[in-house]
Design a protein around this ligand. Structure first.
Ligand SMILES: C[S@@+](CC[C@H](N)C(=O)[O-])C[C@H]1O[C@@H](n2cnc3c(N)ncnc32)[C@H](O)[C@@H]1O
Length: 309
């Protein structure tokens, strides 16, 4: 039986546990980091919770989980793929919204199918949702033309700039002619300007340079879809306030940035950019600054396009 045939919705969801992830982990500054992953953040429960918080922020900003206007085309996707699915929550919500569809999530550290991010408070995961472990830099383990909607979100500090074109080509390969691809991403630059933010981003840009990330990946997603030959491309930018001055969404965004900074402390110390004490002192200063600074904005970018028929 081929890989593609067993994830059809008649099958029960594949149960993936942390132990099933073959690459193993190391613990740095109390956080779990996946071996051999180029991702700049930990892969642990705390990071999953941050990803869920970020999911609520972007879903609020986008007024939903996607912007491809399926409703206007009077069509519904039947096979949906979430590339680098993180906590698995986006795919779980899509599996409930499209019960007739097969939804697949793939990540270098696949989420546990029994986690609340996947079950969404019900006894089990949706039975039309499957989670796979895989390194997307090695290609996607699906035949050509398998999906009619492929979603890929927040790979800004996961994929090196040099690897982006091949990854987008791979996403196009597994999308059916006439199918849709939606990319959502951001930039990781100092948006606040406090002395502590400047110090943190000096360390961060040194570290990301050694890994070859495109820290402005969000600004480039639309051009990547153009370069990959998609049609009917639409793109836009959503500005989300960072801080309580921006209302409830600003508070959530501030908490997301704080949690991301806390997570990045582990790789910063791993890369000897700072000692744990130095990094934690800077992190505390950043948290304080974000409570009082007004006007800081986190930009998010959304781009979608259609594979030509
Ligand atoms: C910022 S998170 C975004 C998760 C999810 N897309 C979301 O929006 O909530 C980045 C994800 O990329 C995954 N990742 C990093 N490198 C990867 C790789 N080479 N192959 C597959 N997944 C990868 C990480 O494990 C992490 O779950």
């Amino acid at each position: 039986m081929g890989l593609f045939s067993w994830w059809r919705r008649e099958q029960k969801p594949l149960l993936v546990t942390a132990e099933a992830n073959p690459r193993g982990f190391k613990w740095i500054a109390g956080r779990r980091i996946a071996n051999e992953s180029a991702y700049a953040l930990p892969n642990d429960l705390t990071e999953s919770e941050r990803l869920n918080l970020q999911h609520y922020v972007i879903r609020f900003a986008m007024r939903g989980n996607y912007v491809v206007p399926f409703w206007r085309m009077n069509t519904r996707p039947k096979d949906i793929l979430d590339v680098a699915c993180g906590s698995g929550r986006w795919g779980a919500e899509m599996a409930y919204e499209f019960p007739e569809a097969n939804v697949v999530g793939i990540d270098i550290v696949a989420p546990d199918a029994t986690s609340p991010s996947v079950t969404l408070g019900r006894p089990t995961a949706p039975d039309n949702y499957v989670l796979l472990q895989g390194d997307v830099r090695q290609g996607l383990p699906f035949p050509d033309n398998s999906f009619d909607f492929v979603h890929m979100r927040f790979l800004v500090v996961a994929i090196a700039a040099a690897d982006w074109p091949a990854l987008v080509r791979e996403v196009v390969r597994v999308t059916r002619p006439g199918g849709w691809i939606e990319l959502v991403d951001t930039v990781m630059r100092d948006a606040v300007g406090s002395p502590e933010h400047q110090q943190f981003f000096a360390w961060f840009s040194k570290m990301t340079a050694t890994r070859g990330y495109d820290v402005a990946a969000g600004e480039h997603i639309a051009e990547r879809l153009h370069a990959a030959g998609l049609a009917n491309i639409k793109s836009y930018r959503l500005d989300v306030p960072i801080g309580d001055w921006g209302g409830r969404i600003g508070t959530l965004m501030r908490l997301d940035v704080e949690a991301a900074v806390t997570g990045i402390i582990a790789p910063l110390t791993q890369y000897k950019m700072a000692t744990l004490e130095e990094a934690q002192a800077v992190q505390r200063g950043m948290s304080e600054a974000m409570k009082t600074y007004r006007g800081s904005i986190q930009p998010f970018y959304v781009a979608y396009g259609q594979k030509p028929r």
